[in-house]
Design a protein around this ligand. Structure first.
Ligand code: ZN
Length: 158
């Protein structure tokens, strides 16, 4: 055993949000895999490692001491069950990586990517030089189309 915790029912309250986020992690990973994003596999594998570790670390001495992040109570048989459960899920989720991921998509869905970009240093910009007056213009890096130079009012295509 790694450590034990006194059961005054506080631990269940403390671990409930952890269990909630693990559940959200699995849902998000599943949604990403369903949309064929490879990162969904890595997210799910990561959550499996965390949840497997928590299941062992916060194992209960008896069934009345059970908490939201473990399925282990009592004797060592449940340890094996928990480890086997994690490994089985790990193998199933990781299988596409071993078999070749086919045409799974890299990166994150555009909706998530925008959030990540926004959390970073704001909208990414690139610099173009006006063909008429050589004024340096900053435009969003993912924009393409016509722009008008604010200095000389000439339009150009980027
Ligand atoms: Zn110009």
């Amino acid at each position: 055993m790694l450590w034990t915790l006194d059961n005054d029912q506080m631990i269940g309250w403390l671990l409930a949000p952890v269990g909630f986020f693990i559940g959200i992690g699995f849902l998000a990973g599943g949604a990403l895999i369903h949309q064929e994003y490879k990162n969904g596999i890595f997210l799910t594998l990561g959550v499996l490692v965390v949840s497997g570790f928590l299941s062992i670390a916060f194992h209960a001495e008896s069934m009345s001491d059970m908490n939201p992040v473990t399925l282990i109570w009592g004797d060592s048989a449940m340890f094996m069950t928990s480890i086997l459960c994690s490994f089985t899920c790990f193998a199933i989720v990781g299988l596409p990586l071993l078999l070749g991921d086919g045409n799974m998509k890299q990166g994150w869905p555009p909706s998530l990517q925008r959030i990540f970009d926004g959390a970073g240093k704001g909208e990414k910009k690139r610099q173009v030089v006006c063909g008429s007056c050589n004024e340096k213009l900053k435009i969003p890096s993912d924009y393409s189309g016509n722009i008008q130079c604010p200095s000389c009012k000439s339009t150009m295509k980027v």
